[in-house]
Write a protein that binds this ligand. Structure first.
Ligand SMILES: O=C(O)CCC(=O)C(=O)O
Length: 257
């Protein structure tokens, strides 16, 4: 029998028994369809495009918000920059308008668990990153694992991690999320490329699926699977926001970026 590897689609208020299928890789993704309305996404984009504190990071030319990946060996700087940016973002998005907070609330409902931001020595981790992928950009094959990469941070003690991405504006063409049916293993490090990501060889002959994001969808994956974003084409940015999360006890999902 062919074992089809396809996402599970849910409505945003639908409950989902936590996440064995994603953890084991028996499904590639969980997609919460239309979790945000078109109108809300448009409002968020207008605000975030007006935000002055833009940076770049591994594999991406334009982003807002702090991600651990950029500060693997600079823990003090990571928390300092997070404090600075999150304060600015709070002014833009009063508490119940920050899409990252709203996403946390949705995850809380779907998985019937509390969500909270990871903390270390009284400092909050980053709540999430807004990403802008411009035309002709792609996002190389990579995998995310704080457990392996972020040694020295408390979140590296969590063995499992999921990624939640809200699609605020899809690319006009392209910009699909490609997920490979392969989990990173240590011996793959020989395929690692300088600065960011892995050579195509790491997924040679590996089954994959493509997810074409639609505005308002939240796509949840287990990012230890290799994944990439195909080339963005057309007039506007592909804009998304997201963070990582993981169960840290029976009732709690801890979030960070
Ligand atoms: O924006 C997406 O579809 C996925 C982003 C991604 O590659 C990641 O979060 O690691």
């Amino acid at each position: 029998m062919v074992n089809h590897w396809t996402p599970i689609y849910l409505k945003k208020n639908q409950k989902f028994e936590f996440i064995d299928e994603l953890a084991s890789g028996s499904i590639p993704a969980l997609i919460l369809k239309k979790a945000f309305s078109l109108k809300t996404c448009k409002k968020i984009i207008e605000k975030i495009l007006d935000f002055n504190y833009v940076s770049n990071g591994p594999g991406i030319e334009k982003k807002i918000g702090v991600s651990l990946n950029s500060f693997i060996n600079q823990k003090g700087t990571y928390f300092e920059k997070t404090r600075f940016i999150e304060k600015k973002l709070e002014r833009y998005f009063p508490y119940n308008e920050d899409p990252r907070t709203l996403m946390q609330n949705i995850l809380s409902t779907v998985f019937s668990m509390e969500t909270r931001i990871a903390k270390e020595n009284n400092s909050n981790y980053s709540k999430g990153v807004f990403r802008f992928h411009g035309t002709n950009e792609s996002f190389k094959i990579h995998r995310d694992s704080a457990h392996y990469e972020a040694v020295g941070y408390q979140v590296s003690k969590i063995p499992l991690q999921f990624s939640a991405v809200l699609h605020l504006q899809p690319a006009e063409y392209g910009g699909e999320l490609v997920i490979y049916r392969k989990i990173w293993k240590h011996s793959d490090e020989k395929y690692r490329t300088p600065y960011f990501g892995y050579s195509e060889k790491v997924v040679h002959d590996i089954e994959s699926i493509k997810i074409k994001p639609e505005t308002g969808d939240i796509v949840i994956i287990n990012p230890i699977h290799y994944h990439a974003i195909s080339k963005i084409k057309g007039k506007h940015y592909r804009i998304s926001t997201g963070f990582f999360f993981a169960p840290t006890d029976e009732q709690t999902l801890t979030c960070w970026a």
